[in-house]
Design a binder for this molecule. Structure first.
Ligand SMILES: [Zn+2]
Ligand SMILES: [Zn+2]
Length: 284
């Protein structure tokens, strides 16, 4: 079984109820954090998962809202674990440079802590960066992890991830329009976690900068059609723009349901979805 926890269902727009984009995929005692948006350490704490329990952090792309609290994950992992515990960070090409810059920005803090705590004297927060583009990713765990390129252009490169464990499988799409790479990743999977925006609502906002975001995200209808093509059993929507009021979202579900026969999940931060191994259904 794999468990999906929507740690942060928000977007770049600050919201009192929704943390920034982050999703936790758990199975076989392992925890994979997909993206690390605003407030991710608070939501991990609420989910009862310690930073030392993370098997890896996986970034779908390098947009700031998806990694703004990666620095907090790196520092917390370093100072909240009591023996060297390298943090594996997986992401598209460019991730290594971003992580190097984050660690560089933490330089003064790293110096203070090394000076004050002898047991941290082994040095920098140990991080291990793996840049990926397509195919299986060997993270050494019981959960099999793979990725495929997605289409969030002009943001490039971007990837979606797939997690397989004992017959249960989950895809996390990240930000993307419908594309072949995502279709390939979803084939035979049980659940698809997809970021969505309401293009119909955003189109009425008289701000070009808002209208622009319609180009490179999927609407609930588009995410639903991707789920339908792949034959997944469950579509999980997250990253709501505009933010759904707490407890709301039935209208978003209805838009997706017009294009998808399976179960549709959305919710507030910390919403959980269990994905059990089932016979793989054929593509519809
Ligand atoms: Zn993005
Ligand atoms: Zn985003």
């Amino acid at each position: 079984m794999l468990t999906i926890t929507l740690l942060g269902t928000g977007s770049p727009i600050p919201d009192p109820h929704r943390a920034g984009p982050a999703t936790l995929i758990s199975g076989a005692g392992e925890h994979y954090l997909v993206d690390a948006g605003r407030g991710v350490m608070m939501r991990l704490a609420a989910a009862g998962v310690g930073v030392g329990d993370l098997t890896a952090v996986l970034l779908t792309h390098l947009h700031s809202d998806h990694l703004t609290d990666l620095n907090d994950v790196i520092t917390s992992r370093w100072v909240m674990t009591f023996e060297p515990s390298p943090l594996t960070i997986v992401g598209p090409v460019g991730t290594r440079e971003v992580v190097d810059h984050i660690v560089a920005a933490l330089g003064p803090d790293i110096g203070y802590r090394i000076d004050h705590h002898d047991d941290l004297a082994y040095g920098f927060p140990p991080v291990s960066v793996i840049e990926v583009d397509d195919g299986a990713i060997d993270l050494g765990g019981a959960v099999e992890v793979a990725c495929a390129p997605t289409d969030h252009r002009p943001v490039h490169p971007t990837v979606g991830f797939r997690f397989d464990q004992a017959g249960a499988s989950v895809v996390t799409a990240g930000d993307t329009v419908p594309c072949d790479g995502l279709d390939r990743l979803c084939a035979g999977a049980q659940a698809l976690v997809h970021t969505v925006i309401r293009k119909d609502v955003i189109g009425t906002i008289p701000l070009e900068r808002m209208k622009d975001i319609r180009d490179y995200h999927s609407s609930p209808e588009e995410a639903a059609r991707t789920a339908q093509r792949a034959g997944v059993a469950t579509l999980v929507m997250t990253h709501y723009v505009p933010a759904i009021p707490p407890g709301g979202g039935e209208d978003w579900k209805a838009l997706a349901a017009a294009h998808f026969d399976g179960a549709i999940e959305l919710g507030d931060d910390l919403h959980r979805v269990e994905v059990h191994a089932t016979a793989v259904s054929g593509a519809r």
